[in-house]
Design a protein around this ligand. Structure first.
Ligand code: MN
Length: 226
């Protein structure tokens, strides 16, 4: 699996997003959902597989209601460390807007999920190739059994995401929980706290306020550097 499409779309001198390479995670596979306030607000759902993050953009966000199917548009693979990215993609860049880590955690295939990470990964990759994934999420917001399956007649990248019936299923709108699981900030708060970083980047020497310098340092620490 390749990150060439991901890299082609981005200019890394102009966006704080990770450049990315394939990576090996520890034990267990990770998932992340990033709320992305771009031209159109959506939720990016990403599953770790084979060292990258398989990614889908869900316009309405995930649902915990088994009767609701959500359109999930498959997008390019993202680098593994993208799962830690929260911040602002500056204007003029691909996907410009604010990114929040809305949910994260481990996940596993629903069937034959026993075994080590490697065999789980193999299992999931096979399901992905077949266009039908069944998995269990262990997030802070998203929990339990879900499916993602490819649909025909709605463009070649159209998939649907649906919650399976289990003890976590509910009609409550999970997207009303609108804070980052990482920083506990809302999209608005991420927007205001990340602001200085880009301002001082743009105005370089002319900006000599001490407060903004410390803000820059704080934000630099939060930005994945690889
Ligand atoms: Mn996005």
């Amino acid at each position: 699996m390749s990150l060439s499409v991901y890299k082609k779309k981005r200019t890394f001198s102009k966006t704080p997003e990770p450049k990315g390479k394939k990576a090996k995670s520890g034990s267990g596979l990770n998932f992340v959902v990033q709320k992305h306030d771009a031209t159109q607000l959506h939720y990016d759902f990403r599953l770790e597989m084979d060292g990258v993050l398989k990614s889908w953009a869900i316009p309405k966000g995930p649902s915990m209601d088994p009767e609701v199917k959500r359109l999930a548009v498959m997008v390019e693979d993202h680098p593994f460390e993208y799962k830690d990215f929260e911040g602002i993609i500056p204007e003029g860049n691909y996907g410009a807007g604010t990114v929040m880590i809305w949910d994260e955690g481990k996940y596993e295939p629903e069937e034959n999920g026993e075994g080590d990470t490697k065999s789980q990964e193999k299992n999931l990759l096979r399901q992905w190739h077949e266009g039908k994934l069944k998995f269990i999420l262990h997030g802070s917001k998203l929990k339990g059994s879900f499916a993602l399956f490819k649909v025909s007649g709605r463009g070649e990248n159209a998939w649907l995401m649906v919650k399976h019936r289990d003890e976590y299923a509910t009609k409550k709108d999970i997207t009303l929980l609108d804070k980052s699981v990482k920083s506990k900030k809302t999209i608005k708060q991420i927007e205001t706290t990340s602001h200085n970083y880009y301002q001082s980047n743009r105005s370089s020497n002319s900006d000599n306020k001490k407060s903004s310098t410390s803000e820059v340092k704080k934000n630099l620490k939060k930005t994945p550097e690889r």
